[in-house]
Design a protein. Structure first.
Length: 300
């Protein structure tokens, strides 16, 4: 089995996909649905990999545009969060605004269509790069949260765990003046808030006073090896890989396309915009995700 420990680094901090020699075709939902249904009929048991594009219709912003480039400043880096008190102040201060948007988000049709694929025995496992837990809320049972879950917080020293809402309630009590701020929400519970955070008081671990961090894999950190290994084993036992709503610019997701090719498994991508797996995919669908999935399910 190939080595499976990789960083969740971006493809490149300012990388764009190569220029196209021809304009990319935008598939109509019915056309994309028909092609995807044919793929599923041919390869009925798929591992499904999902990304931010699945959750945008739930009001959760994504990081990248249709060309795979950053839409905004890059997210917090693991090392910066752990080593910089100021970074943690800014992170938790902005999260007071951004986290409720993710917490209150509800599944959209794409999540329910993917749950339906599982009910029809077409999904061996849903591996998601998202940390919003919306697949679980939609009823999918076999989910691997590749990058963790944003609704729980863990102490980096003693392992203490608690709901994220508990930490936010403490932060709100410690910093009542921050209740006045408004800002646009950003991905993964962040917000585009640019104020003076130097006076922001952190809610440290109540057990050991250690650093509290959402139980998610920040950029620059490692995805737990066993989590990746288990997904690779499922992929190897599946008929193919279906990528939905991911540009695959982050290697932690892209690697599954490489493993699929190594195992001789077909790869299909459904994404509004291009992906990093253009040369690896057997079927590339550029279409609105929810509409294409709905059209596909009507043909299964």
């Amino acid at each position: 089995m190939p080595e499976t420990t990789h960083r969740t680094r971006p493809f490149s901090s300012n990388h764009r996909l190569p220029e196209l020699s021809e304009a990319q075709v935008l598939h109509a939902p019915e056309q994309a649905g028909e092609l995807l249904a044919e793929f599923i009929h041919r390869y009925p048991k798929l591992m499904i990999l999902t990304g931010a594009g699945v959750s945008t219709d739930s009001g959760i912003p994504d990081y990248r545009d249709g060309e795979g480039a950053w839409k905004r400043k890059q997210p917090v880096q693991h090392r910066d969060f752990m080593e910089s008190f100021e970074t943690r102040q800014r992170y938790w201060g902005r999260s007071l605004i951004g986290w409720p948007v993710m917490r209150n988000a509800t599944p959209n049709p794409s999540h329910y269509y993917i749950a339906d694929l599982e009910l029809r025995n077409h999904a061996s496992l849903v591996v998601t790069q998202n940390v919003d837990r919306l697949h679980q809320k939609a009823g999918t049972r076999g989910v691997c949260d590749l990058h963790g879950r944003a609704d729980e917080v863990v102490c980096m020293s003693c392992g203490y765990r608690c709901p994220r809402d508990d930490v936010h309630a403490r932060c709100a009590d410690l910093n009542p003046d921050f209740g006045q701020y408004k800002a646009d929400t950003a991905p993964d519970g962040d917000a585009d808030l640019d104020v003076d955070f130097s006076g922001f008081q952190l809610a440290d671990c109540p057990r050991c006073s250690g650093i509290l961090k959402p139980d998610v894999v920040f950029f620059g950190d490692y995805v737990p090896k066993q989590r990746v290994q288990s997904a690779i084993e499922v992929l190897n036992a599946s008929d193919g890989l279906l990528v939905i709503g991911s540009s695959l610019m982050v290697y932690s997701g892209f690697r599954f396309c490489r493993y699929a090719k190594e195992f001789g498994k077909p790869v299909a991508t459904l994404n509004l915009g291009r992906t990093r797996a253009e040369e690896l995919a057997d079927l590339k669908l550029n279409a609105r995700i929810g509409e294409a999935l709905g059209a596909s399910l009507r043909r299964l």
